[in-house]
Design a protein around this ligand. Structure first.
Ligand SMILES: [Zn+2]
Length: 473
Protein backbone atom coordinates (compact mmCIF):
# COMPACT_ATOMS: atom_id res chain seq x y z
CA UNK A 1 0.00 0.00 0.00
CA UNK A 2 1.15 3.48 -0.80
CA UNK A 3 1.99 5.47 2.30
CA UNK A 4 2.41 9.12 3.07
CA UNK A 5 6.11 8.55 3.61
CA UNK A 6 6.16 7.84 -0.11
CA UNK A 7 3.70 10.58 -1.07
CA UNK A 8 5.69 13.21 0.77
CA UNK A 9 8.89 12.59 -1.14
CA UNK A 10 11.85 14.45 0.39
CA UNK A 11 12.59 15.98 -3.03
CA UNK A 12 9.02 17.00 -3.83
CA UNK A 13 8.74 20.11 -6.01
CA UNK A 14 12.50 20.19 -6.60
CA UNK A 15 13.69 20.12 -10.24
CA UNK A 16 13.52 16.72 -11.94
CA UNK A 17 16.94 17.00 -13.58
CA UNK A 18 19.39 15.19 -11.22
CA UNK A 19 22.17 17.79 -11.31
CA UNK A 20 19.84 20.75 -10.75
CA UNK A 21 18.03 18.78 -8.08
CA UNK A 22 21.30 18.22 -6.23
CA UNK A 23 21.95 21.97 -6.19
CA UNK A 24 18.35 22.69 -5.19
CA UNK A 25 18.58 20.31 -2.23
CA UNK A 26 21.58 22.24 -0.93
CA UNK A 27 19.78 25.56 -1.26
CA UNK A 28 16.61 24.24 0.37
CA UNK A 29 18.65 22.92 3.31
CA UNK A 30 19.72 26.51 3.96
CA UNK A 31 16.16 27.77 4.31
CA UNK A 32 13.98 24.89 5.45
CA UNK A 33 14.37 25.67 9.15
CA UNK A 34 14.43 29.45 9.01
CA UNK A 35 11.72 31.11 11.13
CA UNK A 36 8.42 31.88 9.45
CA UNK A 37 7.32 35.46 8.94
CA UNK A 38 3.59 35.41 8.16
CA UNK A 39 2.76 39.02 7.35
CA UNK A 40 -0.66 38.39 5.81
CA UNK A 41 -3.26 35.78 6.73
CA UNK A 42 -6.63 35.18 8.28
CA UNK A 43 -6.05 33.28 11.52
CA UNK A 44 -8.21 34.67 14.29
CA UNK A 45 -6.26 36.45 17.03
CA UNK A 46 -8.74 34.94 19.53
CA UNK A 47 -7.13 31.57 18.77
CA UNK A 48 -3.92 32.74 20.45
CA UNK A 49 -5.64 34.82 23.12
CA UNK A 50 -7.74 31.86 24.31
CA UNK A 51 -5.21 29.14 23.46
CA UNK A 52 -7.99 26.59 23.66
CA UNK A 53 -8.16 23.38 21.62
CA UNK A 54 -8.65 23.94 17.90
CA UNK A 55 -11.72 21.71 17.92
CA UNK A 56 -13.29 19.66 15.20
CA UNK A 57 -10.85 18.98 12.35
CA UNK A 58 -13.54 19.00 9.66
CA UNK A 59 -14.78 22.45 10.67
CA UNK A 60 -11.20 23.72 10.85
CA UNK A 61 -9.86 22.17 7.67
CA UNK A 62 -12.88 21.78 5.35
CA UNK A 63 -15.75 24.11 6.20
CA UNK A 64 -13.65 27.25 6.55
CA UNK A 65 -11.50 26.70 3.46
CA UNK A 66 -12.97 28.42 0.42
CA UNK A 67 -10.44 26.65 -1.85
CA UNK A 68 -11.97 23.32 -0.85
CA UNK A 69 -15.57 24.55 -0.93
CA UNK A 70 -15.30 25.92 -4.47
CA UNK A 71 -13.83 22.76 -5.98
CA UNK A 72 -16.30 20.44 -4.25
CA UNK A 73 -19.22 22.71 -5.14
CA UNK A 74 -18.07 22.67 -8.78
CA UNK A 75 -18.28 18.89 -8.67
CA UNK A 76 -21.82 18.93 -7.35
CA UNK A 77 -21.17 18.43 -3.64
CA UNK A 78 -23.73 20.54 -1.74
CA UNK A 79 -22.33 23.21 0.57
CA UNK A 80 -24.62 21.88 3.30
CA UNK A 81 -22.85 18.51 3.23
CA UNK A 82 -19.58 20.36 3.95
CA UNK A 83 -21.05 22.01 7.04
CA UNK A 84 -21.94 25.38 5.50
CA UNK A 85 -25.31 26.44 6.90
CA UNK A 86 -27.74 28.20 4.54
CA UNK A 87 -28.73 31.69 5.63
CA UNK A 88 -32.41 30.79 5.54
CA UNK A 89 -31.95 28.48 8.51
CA UNK A 90 -32.10 25.32 6.38
CA UNK A 91 -30.32 22.20 7.53
CA UNK A 92 -26.58 21.64 7.14
CA UNK A 93 -24.39 18.78 8.30
CA UNK A 94 -23.06 19.46 11.80
CA UNK A 95 -21.34 16.15 12.47
CA UNK A 96 -17.63 16.61 11.82
CA UNK A 97 -17.09 12.96 11.02
CA UNK A 98 -19.81 13.02 8.34
CA UNK A 99 -18.33 16.18 6.79
CA UNK A 100 -14.89 14.60 6.81
CA UNK A 101 -16.23 11.42 5.15
CA UNK A 102 -17.81 13.44 2.35
CA UNK A 103 -14.57 15.33 1.89
CA UNK A 104 -12.46 12.14 1.85
CA UNK A 105 -14.75 10.57 -0.72
CA UNK A 106 -14.01 13.45 -3.06
CA UNK A 107 -10.38 14.02 -2.14
CA UNK A 108 -9.17 12.68 -5.49
CA UNK A 109 -10.76 15.72 -7.15
CA UNK A 110 -7.87 17.73 -5.70
CA UNK A 111 -5.08 15.81 -7.44
CA UNK A 112 -2.35 18.20 -8.65
CA UNK A 113 -3.95 21.15 -6.82
CA UNK A 114 -2.16 23.11 -4.10
CA UNK A 115 -5.01 22.27 -1.72
CA UNK A 116 -4.05 18.59 -1.80
CA UNK A 117 -0.37 19.42 -1.63
CA UNK A 118 -0.90 21.52 1.51
CA UNK A 119 -3.27 19.08 3.16
CA UNK A 120 -1.05 16.04 2.53
CA UNK A 121 1.80 17.97 4.13
CA UNK A 122 -0.38 18.98 7.07
CA UNK A 123 -1.67 15.46 7.67
CA UNK A 124 1.76 13.86 7.43
CA UNK A 125 4.05 16.48 8.98
CA UNK A 126 1.80 18.26 11.46
CA UNK A 127 -0.42 15.35 12.52
CA UNK A 128 2.02 12.50 11.86
CA UNK A 129 -0.61 10.49 10.00
CA UNK A 130 0.77 7.81 7.71
CA UNK A 131 -2.42 6.74 5.90
CA UNK A 132 -3.22 8.52 2.66
CA UNK A 133 -6.62 10.17 2.83
CA UNK A 134 -9.34 8.48 0.78
CA UNK A 135 -12.86 7.25 1.37
CA UNK A 136 -11.68 4.04 3.08
CA UNK A 137 -9.34 5.81 5.50
CA UNK A 138 -11.63 8.74 6.35
CA UNK A 139 -12.51 7.46 9.82
CA UNK A 140 -8.99 6.42 10.79
CA UNK A 141 -7.59 9.77 9.74
CA UNK A 142 -10.42 11.66 11.44
CA UNK A 143 -9.90 9.76 14.71
CA UNK A 144 -6.18 10.41 14.70
CA UNK A 145 -6.65 14.11 13.99
CA UNK A 146 -9.28 14.44 16.70
CA UNK A 147 -7.03 12.69 19.21
CA UNK A 148 -4.03 14.91 18.35
CA UNK A 149 -6.07 18.11 18.52
CA UNK A 150 -7.02 17.23 22.09
CA UNK A 151 -3.35 17.09 23.13
CA UNK A 152 -1.71 20.13 24.75
CA UNK A 153 0.98 20.13 22.05
CA UNK A 154 -1.75 20.99 19.52
CA UNK A 155 -2.90 24.12 21.31
CA UNK A 156 -2.42 27.21 19.12
CA UNK A 157 0.49 28.67 21.06
CA UNK A 158 2.32 25.33 21.13
CA UNK A 159 1.84 24.96 17.38
CA UNK A 160 3.01 28.53 16.82
CA UNK A 161 6.27 27.67 18.62
CA UNK A 162 6.66 24.28 16.95
CA UNK A 163 6.16 25.80 13.50
CA UNK A 164 8.91 28.33 14.18
CA UNK A 165 6.71 31.35 13.57
CA UNK A 166 8.58 34.54 14.33
CA UNK A 167 5.68 36.85 13.54
CA UNK A 168 2.09 36.36 12.47
CA UNK A 169 -0.10 39.25 11.34
CA UNK A 170 -3.86 38.80 11.47
CA UNK A 171 -6.36 40.76 9.39
CA UNK A 172 -8.68 42.99 11.42
CA UNK A 173 -11.55 45.30 10.48
CA UNK A 174 -11.22 49.01 11.14
CA UNK A 175 -13.77 49.01 13.98
CA UNK A 176 -12.50 45.81 15.58
CA UNK A 177 -11.94 46.26 19.31
CA UNK A 178 -8.50 44.58 19.11
CA UNK A 179 -9.46 42.98 22.39
CA UNK A 180 -7.97 39.60 21.43
CA UNK A 181 -4.67 41.28 20.62
CA UNK A 182 -4.73 43.05 23.98
CA UNK A 183 -5.38 39.73 25.72
CA UNK A 184 -2.44 38.12 23.91
CA UNK A 185 -0.11 40.87 25.07
CA UNK A 186 -1.50 40.88 28.61
CA UNK A 187 -1.00 37.13 28.88
CA UNK A 188 2.77 37.45 28.87
CA UNK A 189 3.11 34.87 26.08
CA UNK A 190 6.04 36.03 23.96
CA UNK A 191 4.63 34.90 20.57
CA UNK A 192 4.33 37.84 18.19
CA UNK A 193 0.80 38.04 16.82
CA UNK A 194 -0.02 41.50 15.52
CA UNK A 195 -3.05 43.04 13.83
CA UNK A 196 -3.27 44.46 10.32
CA UNK A 197 -5.46 47.49 9.69
CA UNK A 198 -8.01 46.43 7.06
CA UNK A 199 -10.46 49.33 6.58
CA UNK A 200 -12.44 48.00 3.59
CA UNK A 201 -15.61 48.12 5.70
CA UNK A 202 -15.37 51.92 6.08
CA UNK A 203 -13.70 52.71 2.76
CA UNK A 204 -15.84 50.76 0.31
CA UNK A 205 -19.30 52.34 -0.10
CA UNK A 206 -20.54 49.16 -1.82
CA UNK A 207 -20.10 47.15 1.38
CA UNK A 208 -23.37 46.33 3.14
CA UNK A 209 -23.72 48.35 6.34
CA UNK A 210 -21.25 51.00 5.18
CA UNK A 211 -23.15 53.89 6.79
CA UNK A 212 -23.53 52.05 10.13
CA UNK A 213 -19.82 51.24 10.14
CA UNK A 214 -19.04 54.92 9.63
CA UNK A 215 -21.19 55.72 12.65
CA UNK A 216 -19.40 53.08 14.69
CA UNK A 217 -16.08 54.46 13.54
CA UNK A 218 -17.17 57.85 14.86
CA UNK A 219 -18.42 56.45 18.16
CA UNK A 220 -15.22 54.45 18.67
CA UNK A 221 -12.91 57.39 18.08
CA UNK A 222 -14.98 60.36 19.29
CA UNK A 223 -14.64 61.96 15.85
CA UNK A 224 -17.48 63.35 13.78
CA UNK A 225 -17.57 61.00 10.80
CA UNK A 226 -20.41 62.96 9.19
CA UNK A 227 -17.72 65.31 7.90
CA UNK A 228 -14.85 64.44 5.54
CA UNK A 229 -12.20 65.75 7.92
CA UNK A 230 -13.78 64.06 10.91
CA UNK A 231 -13.80 60.81 8.95
CA UNK A 232 -10.11 61.16 8.10
CA UNK A 233 -9.29 61.99 11.72
CA UNK A 234 -11.20 58.89 12.84
CA UNK A 235 -9.19 56.73 10.45
CA UNK A 236 -5.97 58.24 11.71
CA UNK A 237 -7.05 57.45 15.28
CA UNK A 238 -7.80 53.82 14.40
CA UNK A 239 -4.46 53.45 12.65
CA UNK A 240 -2.77 54.75 15.80
CA UNK A 241 -4.68 52.20 17.90
CA UNK A 242 -3.59 49.41 15.56
CA UNK A 243 0.04 50.57 15.68
CA UNK A 244 -0.21 50.63 19.46
CA UNK A 245 -1.35 46.99 19.25
CA UNK A 246 1.69 46.11 17.15
CA UNK A 247 0.46 46.60 13.56
CA UNK A 248 3.07 47.44 10.95
CA UNK A 249 0.78 47.38 7.90
CA UNK A 250 -2.59 48.26 6.48
CA UNK A 251 -4.30 46.13 3.87
CA UNK A 252 -6.84 47.09 1.25
CA UNK A 253 -8.94 44.67 -0.77
CA UNK A 254 -10.20 46.56 -3.82
CA UNK A 255 -11.91 45.34 -6.98
CA UNK A 256 -9.48 47.37 -9.11
CA UNK A 257 -6.19 49.23 -8.77
CA UNK A 258 -7.82 52.60 -9.39
CA UNK A 259 -6.38 55.43 -7.30
CA UNK A 260 -7.35 59.09 -7.26
CA UNK A 261 -5.92 62.30 -5.87
CA UNK A 262 -8.78 64.78 -5.87
CA UNK A 263 -8.64 68.34 -4.54
CA UNK A 264 -9.80 68.37 -0.92
CA UNK A 265 -13.12 70.10 -1.65
CA UNK A 266 -14.01 67.55 -4.34
CA UNK A 267 -13.06 64.71 -2.02
CA UNK A 268 -15.29 66.20 0.70
CA UNK A 269 -18.24 66.38 -1.72
CA UNK A 270 -17.63 62.82 -2.86
CA UNK A 271 -17.57 61.66 0.76
CA UNK A 272 -20.88 63.41 1.43
CA UNK A 273 -22.41 61.58 -1.55
CA UNK A 274 -21.18 58.10 -0.61
CA UNK A 275 -22.01 58.56 3.05
CA UNK A 276 -25.48 59.78 2.18
CA UNK A 277 -26.08 56.76 -0.04
CA UNK A 278 -26.60 58.95 -3.10
CA UNK A 279 -23.89 57.57 -5.38
CA UNK A 280 -23.39 55.52 -8.53
CA UNK A 281 -20.81 52.78 -9.16
CA UNK A 282 -18.34 55.32 -10.60
CA UNK A 283 -18.53 57.36 -7.38
CA UNK A 284 -17.83 54.25 -5.32
CA UNK A 285 -14.83 53.39 -7.49
CA UNK A 286 -13.50 56.94 -7.32
CA UNK A 287 -13.97 57.06 -3.55
CA UNK A 288 -12.07 53.80 -3.00
CA UNK A 289 -9.31 55.17 -5.23
CA UNK A 290 -9.20 58.45 -3.32
CA UNK A 291 -8.98 56.56 -0.04
CA UNK A 292 -5.92 54.61 -1.21
CA UNK A 293 -4.11 57.91 -1.72
CA UNK A 294 -5.37 59.20 1.65
CA UNK A 295 -4.07 56.03 3.27
CA UNK A 296 -0.70 56.47 1.58
CA UNK A 297 -0.60 60.03 2.92
CA UNK A 298 -1.32 58.70 6.42
CA UNK A 299 1.38 56.05 5.95
CA UNK A 300 3.86 58.81 5.22
CA UNK A 301 3.14 60.06 8.75
CA UNK A 302 2.66 56.89 10.76
CA UNK A 303 4.83 54.42 8.86
CA UNK A 304 2.26 51.69 8.17
CA UNK A 305 3.13 49.64 5.10
CA UNK A 306 0.26 49.84 2.61
CA UNK A 307 -0.84 46.58 0.98
CA UNK A 308 -3.22 46.54 -1.97
CA UNK A 309 -4.93 43.26 -2.87
CA UNK A 310 -6.58 44.16 -6.16
CA UNK A 311 -8.65 42.42 -8.78
CA UNK A 312 -11.07 40.02 -7.13
CA UNK A 313 -14.66 40.08 -8.31
CA UNK A 314 -16.23 39.19 -4.99
CA UNK A 315 -19.38 37.07 -4.91
CA UNK A 316 -19.50 36.40 -8.62
CA UNK A 317 -22.24 33.82 -8.01
CA UNK A 318 -25.27 35.67 -6.60
CA UNK A 319 -27.16 32.47 -5.86
CA UNK A 320 -24.39 31.11 -3.64
CA UNK A 321 -23.98 34.50 -2.01
CA UNK A 322 -27.69 34.83 -1.25
CA UNK A 323 -27.89 31.31 0.10
CA UNK A 324 -24.61 30.95 2.00
CA UNK A 325 -23.04 34.39 2.39
CA UNK A 326 -19.55 35.60 1.48
CA UNK A 327 -16.22 33.73 1.24
CA UNK A 328 -17.58 30.45 -0.08
CA UNK A 329 -15.27 30.20 -3.06
CA UNK A 330 -17.34 32.27 -5.51
CA UNK A 331 -14.77 35.06 -6.00
CA UNK A 332 -13.24 35.25 -9.48
CA UNK A 333 -10.18 37.17 -10.74
CA UNK A 334 -10.63 40.03 -13.22
CA UNK A 335 -8.29 41.82 -15.61
CA UNK A 336 -6.65 44.79 -14.01
CA UNK A 337 -4.82 47.95 -15.04
CA UNK A 338 -2.05 48.82 -12.62
CA UNK A 339 -0.12 51.17 -14.90
CA UNK A 340 -3.06 53.54 -15.30
CA UNK A 341 -4.77 52.75 -12.01
CA UNK A 342 -1.82 53.44 -9.73
CA UNK A 343 -0.71 56.56 -11.61
CA UNK A 344 -2.31 59.15 -9.28
CA UNK A 345 -0.86 57.38 -6.22
CA UNK A 346 2.58 57.09 -7.80
CA UNK A 347 2.55 60.66 -9.09
CA UNK A 348 2.18 61.84 -5.53
CA UNK A 349 4.12 59.25 -3.53
CA UNK A 350 5.96 56.93 -5.94
CA UNK A 351 9.34 58.55 -5.34
CA UNK A 352 9.17 58.37 -1.55
CA UNK A 353 11.69 56.05 0.04
CA UNK A 354 9.98 56.07 3.42
CA UNK A 355 6.69 54.74 2.06
CA UNK A 356 6.20 51.07 1.17
CA UNK A 357 3.26 50.10 -1.02
CA UNK A 358 2.98 46.36 -1.68
CA UNK A 359 0.77 45.36 -4.58
CA UNK A 360 -0.78 41.91 -5.08
CA UNK A 361 -2.56 40.73 -8.19
CA UNK A 362 -4.75 37.86 -9.32
CA UNK A 363 -4.03 38.77 -12.95
CA UNK A 364 -0.70 37.19 -13.76
CA UNK A 365 -0.57 38.83 -17.17
CA UNK A 366 0.33 41.98 -15.23
CA UNK A 367 3.42 40.46 -13.57
CA UNK A 368 5.85 41.03 -16.41
CA UNK A 369 3.99 43.73 -18.33
CA UNK A 370 3.05 46.06 -15.46
CA UNK A 371 4.02 45.15 -11.93
CA UNK A 372 7.67 44.14 -12.36
CA UNK A 373 8.40 47.28 -14.42
CA UNK A 374 6.57 49.48 -11.88
CA UNK A 375 8.17 47.89 -8.81
CA UNK A 376 11.51 47.83 -10.64
CA UNK A 377 11.37 51.61 -10.92
CA UNK A 378 9.35 53.37 -8.21
CA UNK A 379 11.13 53.40 -4.84
CA UNK A 380 7.82 53.31 -2.92
CA UNK A 381 6.51 50.23 -4.71
CA UNK A 382 7.11 46.55 -3.94
CA UNK A 383 5.67 43.51 -5.64
CA UNK A 384 3.73 41.18 -3.36
CA UNK A 385 4.04 37.40 -3.70
CA UNK A 386 1.63 35.34 -5.82
CA UNK A 387 -1.74 35.51 -4.15
CA UNK A 388 -4.81 33.27 -3.83
CA UNK A 389 -5.31 31.57 -7.23
CA UNK A 390 -1.60 32.07 -7.84
CA UNK A 391 -0.02 30.82 -4.60
CA UNK A 392 0.47 27.40 -6.15
CA UNK A 393 3.55 25.56 -7.44
CA UNK A 394 3.12 26.33 -11.14
CA UNK A 395 2.11 29.97 -10.62
CA UNK A 396 4.94 30.61 -8.14
CA UNK A 397 7.42 29.26 -10.68
CA UNK A 398 5.90 31.48 -13.36
CA UNK A 399 6.04 34.47 -10.99
CA UNK A 400 9.81 34.11 -10.51
CA UNK A 401 10.32 33.71 -14.24
CA UNK A 402 8.11 36.66 -15.12
CA UNK A 403 9.31 39.26 -12.64
CA UNK A 404 12.92 38.57 -11.64
CA UNK A 405 14.64 39.95 -14.72
CA UNK A 406 12.87 43.29 -14.39
CA UNK A 407 12.23 43.72 -10.66
CA UNK A 408 15.14 41.70 -9.26
CA UNK A 409 14.64 39.95 -5.95
CA UNK A 410 14.91 43.06 -3.77
CA UNK A 411 11.66 44.57 -5.06
CA UNK A 412 9.75 41.50 -3.90
CA UNK A 413 8.77 40.89 -0.29
CA UNK A 414 9.03 37.17 0.49
CA UNK A 415 5.98 35.01 0.92
CA UNK A 416 2.48 35.37 2.41
CA UNK A 417 0.67 32.19 3.38
CA UNK A 418 -2.74 33.95 3.47
CA UNK A 419 -3.79 30.96 5.60
CA UNK A 420 -7.25 30.49 7.11
CA UNK A 421 -5.98 27.72 9.35
CA UNK A 422 -2.90 27.82 11.54
CA UNK A 423 -2.45 24.12 10.74
CA UNK A 424 -1.68 24.85 7.09
CA UNK A 425 0.98 27.53 7.60
CA UNK A 426 4.09 25.29 7.58
CA UNK A 427 2.98 23.48 4.41
CA UNK A 428 2.71 26.74 2.50
CA UNK A 429 6.04 28.20 3.56
CA UNK A 430 7.81 24.90 2.97
CA UNK A 431 6.29 24.75 -0.52
CA UNK A 432 7.59 28.15 -1.54
CA UNK A 433 11.05 27.49 -0.08
CA UNK A 434 11.30 24.37 -2.25
CA UNK A 435 10.11 26.23 -5.34
CA UNK A 436 12.54 29.09 -4.79
CA UNK A 437 15.36 26.59 -4.23
CA UNK A 438 14.44 25.02 -7.57
CA UNK A 439 14.35 28.36 -9.38
CA UNK A 440 17.69 29.43 -7.93
CA UNK A 441 19.24 26.03 -8.66
CA UNK A 442 18.29 26.55 -12.31
CA UNK A 443 20.20 29.84 -12.33
CA UNK A 444 23.20 28.12 -10.72
CA UNK A 445 23.07 25.28 -13.26
CA UNK A 446 23.15 27.85 -16.06
CA UNK A 447 26.05 29.65 -14.37
CA UNK A 448 24.01 32.81 -13.91
CA UNK A 449 24.44 32.75 -10.11
CA UNK A 450 27.15 31.09 -8.09
CA UNK A 451 26.20 28.77 -5.26
CA UNK A 452 27.02 31.36 -2.62
CA UNK A 453 24.79 33.99 -4.25
CA UNK A 454 21.94 31.51 -4.61
CA UNK A 455 22.11 30.61 -0.93
CA UNK A 456 22.09 34.26 0.05
CA UNK A 457 19.07 35.01 -2.17
CA UNK A 458 17.23 31.95 -0.85
CA UNK A 459 17.57 33.21 2.72
CA UNK A 460 16.40 36.65 1.62
CA UNK A 461 13.32 35.19 -0.06
CA UNK A 462 12.49 32.89 2.86
CA UNK A 463 12.99 35.38 5.65
CA UNK A 464 14.86 38.68 5.35
CA UNK A 465 12.82 40.37 2.60
CA UNK A 466 9.55 39.93 4.46
CA UNK A 467 11.08 41.18 7.68
CA UNK A 468 12.40 44.27 5.95
CA UNK A 469 9.33 45.02 3.81
CA UNK A 470 6.90 44.68 6.70
CA UNK A 471 9.16 46.61 9.06
CA UNK A 472 9.37 43.82 11.62
CA UNK A 473 11.50 45.32 14.35
ZN1 LIG B 1 -5.89 37.49 2.50
Amino acid sequence: MQTFAHMLHPDRLLPADPETRRVARGIYERTRSLPIISPHGHCSPALFADDGPIGDPAAEIVTRDHYLLRMLYSQGVPMEALGVPPRDGGAAETDGRAIWRTFAQHYHRFRATPSKYWLDHTLAEVFGIDEPLRAETADVVYDQMTARLAEPTFRPRALFDRFGIELLATTDGSVDSLDAHARIRASGWPGRVVPTFRPDDVVNPDRPGFREKLDRLGALTGEDTSSWHGYLAALRARRAAFIEAGATASDHGHPSAVTADLPDTDAAKLYARVRGGDFDPADAELFRGQMLVEMAAMSMDDGLVLQLHAGSWREHNPTVHARFGPDKGADIPTTIDFVGGLKPLLDRFGNETRLTVIVYTLDESTFSRELAPLAGHYPALRLGPPWWFLDSPEAIRRFRQLVTETAGFANTVGFNDDARSLLSIPARHDMVRRLDAGFLAGLVAEHRLDAHEAAEVAEDLAHHLARRAFRVA
